[in-house]
Ligand binder design. Structure first.
Ligand SMILES: [Zn+2]
Length: 288
């Protein structure tokens, strides 16, 4: 549904290749994507909303880094449309996930198929990094039973809206503590020895949601996961109706914008159709 985007950049003059691949499409209620109210009131608004958004991508970012290949999130899988996919998660989850979202995922769009198309063997992947534990970010885990999977320890201990019944039975992520600071960001974990790939806590969507920052010679590539659904939302201070905490979401917007005003930052939310174009053109959040 959404075309793959590959770009070749450099880090300290060494090549680094990025692939932004969409594992199908998702649509949500318009008031789920952008709410006028917060908390429970926002939830009531989107539940009664009859309008769905246009199809949005479910991006996964693959980074061919000098220290190894990293896969950021794993996307959705085709089984999501099986009747009964959500039954094991209980009546509320079954109702919620089959009425508030629609998915369209083909087997050839799953992360395993796309890695195969890119000639990247799963065994060569150094680590899978999860931004948070929502199904459209973890349902591709089935391809990575022997790959280290890294998760923010706090997100694991206090998830929000995850469906553990859908986790693969073998799923035991490597939990990391984000106890470093970087610039405006207070909770960071360095994923590479070169300290150029950072897992950064960007809470709001969930209490300990994370983004990924890759520092390249061409600027920062910021995989924002579900900080917001479109770049417009962070610029215009529009918030999703599904945030775990509006206050944290607001603080996260402020920090990212503060950082992006100081140095060139390409902003890539997981469900933003324009992200692939911005990555290709290296179009920053703010011109500086
Ligand atoms: Zn999410």
């Amino acid at each position: 549904m959404f075309n793959r985007q590959t770009v070749q950049l450099t880090i300290q003059a060494q090549p680094v290749k990025l692939h932004l691949v969409s594992t199908g499409g998702v649509t949500v209620k318009t008031k789920f994507r952008e709410a006028k109210r917060t908390g429970l009131l926002a939830m009531i608004d989107f539940i009664f909303d009859k309008k769905f958004t246009e199809w949005m991508p479910i991006w996964v970012l693959i980074i061919e880094h000098p220290e190894g290949i990293f896969v950021i999130d794993t996307g959705e899988n085709a089984n999501v449309n099986d009747p009964g996919y959500f039954k094991s998660s209980g009546m509320f989850a079954n109702w919620f996930d089959t009425t508030q979202f629609k998915f369209e995922v083909k087997v050839e769009e799953e992360i395993g198929s796309q890695l195969n198309d890119l000639d990247i063997p799963i065994e060569k992947i150094k680590a899978v990094i999860l931004t948070h534990l929502h199904l459209d970010h973890i349902d591709g885990l089935k391809y990575f039973p022997s790959t280290p999977v890294i998760v923010n320890k706090k997100e694991w201990e206090k998830p929000f809206g995850d469906l553990p019944k859908l986790y693969p039975s073998w799923f035991k992520p490597q939990l990391v503590e984000l106890n470093q600071k970087y610039d405006v960001f207070e909770s960071v974990y360095y994923l590479t020895k070169a300290k150029d790939l950072l897992l950064i806590e960007t809470p709001g969507h969930t209490y300990h949601h994370c983004s990924l920052l890759l520092k390249t010679d061409q600027g920062s590539i910021f995989f924002a996961a579900d900080v917001c659904y479109t770049q417009y939302q962070i610029i215009e201070e529009k918030y999703s109706g599904s945030n775990a905490s509006h206050k944290l979401a607001k603080d996260t917007y402020d920090k990212i914008k503060q950082f992006a005003k100081k140095s060139k930052l390409v902003f890539l939310p997981s469900h933003d159709a324009d992200a692939s174009h911005r990555l290709k053109e290296l179009k920053p959040l703010f011109d500086i």
